[in-house]
Design a protein around this ligand. Structure first.
Ligand code: NAD
Length: 211
């Protein structure tokens, strides 16, 4: 049987609901209505109900959703209820900032799923150094082997655009299933590997249009 795949926009919203539920928990709220969850997530209550109904029945008529329970369900659906080994390729300005953020967040939040287990660069000056005294920067030449050995599922790619496709190909060889690409390059991945592009400059340009 083929696995059910929800539309990407829905998955995106589930991640936003999960964040909102985390905030509710911090505010010690036990129950939340679709209206309030919608307000926190910036969507209508009907949209919340429709999105969640794709995965099951989580709410109770007149009471709403139990925050803790819905949070666990969403973590299960998004598959972030476990540790996901993650690696960084390209430890420059951006890569270093993302690596530090990831390491510190994992240190202060027990259930943060993304664990940075390896980092790679081509620069001999950087190889052997440790990020936050935790993750040693390894040579790019060892990428495929180390990714396989450490069972890395996700790579954050912060290399120059010219090096992006080669790095992606080596990651795929290393068995990676998801790549978050920050390099401004059009790269391709085979079926079975998910590529997500992140681009602050494009977002800024889009924003500038509305000024
Ligand atoms: P940087 O030059 O500071 O860092 C790039 C690093 O990649 C360097 O350490 C370099 O040695 C390393 N590198 C080069 N080839 C490599 C390879 N084959 N394997 C491993 N490492 C390799 O650049 P930066 O400012 O950190 O930016 C990194 C990338 O992210 C660039 O492509 C940049 O355009 C992009 N970027 C994207 C956004 C965004 O919003 N998407 C924002 C800033 C930068």
């Amino acid at each position: 049987m083929r696995e059910f795949r929800a539309p990407e926009v829905v998955i995106r919203r589930l991640a936003i609901y999960l964040r909102a539920l985390g905030q509710c928990e911090e505010e010690c709220e036990s129950y939340i209505s679709s209206k309030e969850l919608g307000e926190r997530a910036g969507v209508t209550p009907a949209q919340v109900r429709k999105d969640l109904a794709m995965f099951g029945e989580f709410g109770k008529q007149g009471v709403g959703y139990e925050v803790c329970n819905l949070k666990e369900e969403l973590r299960r659906i998004l598959k972030v209820n476990r540790v996901i080994n993650t690696a960084l390729v390209g430890v420059g300005e951006l890569g270093m900032a993302l690596a530090r953020y990831n390491i510190r967040r994992a240190q202060r939040q027990d259930d943060y799923p993304f664990r940075l287990v390896a980092a790679f660069d081509v620069d001999p000056q950087k190889i052997g150094r440790k990020i936050e005294r935790m993750v040693e920067i390894q040579p790019f030449a060892r990428l495929t082997e180390v990714l396989r050995d450490l069972n890395v599922a996700i790579v954050i790619l912060t290399v120059p655009a010219s090096a992006a496709q080669e790095a992606v190909d080596r990651c795929v060889e290393g068995g990676v299933k998801g790549i978050l690409n920050f390099a401004p390059a059009k790269v391709s991945v085979p079926n079975g590997v998910k590529l997500q592009n992140a681009d602050v400059t494009l977002d800024l340009q889009q924003l500038a249009y509305y000024l």
